[in-house]
Design a protein around this ligand. Sequence first.
Ligand SMILES: *Cc1c(COP(=O)(O)O)cnc(C)c1O
Length: 350
Amino acid sequence: MSRFLDEKFSGLKEYVPGEQPRDKKYIKLNTNESPFPPSSSVLEAVNSEEVKNLRLYSDPSNKALKEKLAEIYKVGPDNIYVSNGSDDILNFAFMAFGDRGAAFPDITYGFYKVFAKLYGIDSQVIPLEEDFSIDEKKYFGLDKLIVIANPNAPTGLSLSLDKIEKIVSSNKDSVVLIDEAYVDFGGESCYGLIDKYDNLLVVRTFSKSRSLAGARLGFAIASKEIIKDLEKLKYSTNPYDINRLTQAAGVAALNQDDYYTANCKKIIENREFTANALKEMGFSVIDSDANFLFVKSDKISGLDFYLKLKEKGVLIRHFTDERICEYNRVTIGSREEMEIFLEKTAEILN
Ligand SMILES: *Cc1c(COP(=O)(O)O)cnc(C)c1O
């Protein structure tokens, strides 16, 4: 830390991204990336013509992306906000809507508490139930920014649409942000409710189901007024936040959306295959609607399992929070990757 940093930032606890080691080639099951490459349309769109165009600024209005997303999700282009990764929308939401405090679960995406701290927002951290589920009633009438990942991470459990609606409808005077980073793997999206509730902000990403984690592209679906608020912040900070190559890649990905739908189906199949195999080896496996499994075994500690797998060239995500330190989060990769993961797991347990 330099002696120049404002005091208000000195106590910040940054988000710690999953490790991306370069020492050897790992089977990477630790950051919920897709095992599948982007669609052929993306490879064609990000071509030398587009690279030459990098001398020009990107379109700050993201017109092409918004129109394509509007067509797919059957909403107006003005119900869509496009961002440099969905983390950026989370950032803006805490910045803009957190004045009266924010509420989110104790076990969830680790970035929420970082943003709350960054903006000096009072956090009401609501513990998950014993079985890691969310009791929706604990979010009724809180009158503050509510942030829920659905499906939740790292548990993979999801809330039904009617429970989400009850949370949204009981907090009419504050924004309810539903982070749907994993919804394409089996959850129920709530974006259909935006016509009915002007306080609902649905956040999505191209990073997981659309194989573009490295391109950094996220979007939000919400009432026109909320979208305008987000645009206001963007034009007050970084109008060209999405680069040309990512814009081209995003539109191209949406033009071949069937490819991604088919990939999600494969991930779901691999997830069920992996869950069953782990259960046969005595693991507890939380029901997952996401592209990962949250698992633990009585035969080995969470930390040991993670370390031993790493030695064998397989990376999974270990968490140190006391409540979940016996668990690990395992991203669902290709069938071959999951077979190797299971083989190494069996070796470790024997
Ligand atoms: C991965 C993830 C994000 C961030 O996605 P980006 O679009 O890559 O910034 C947001 N929320 C949750 C719950 C995630 O798991």
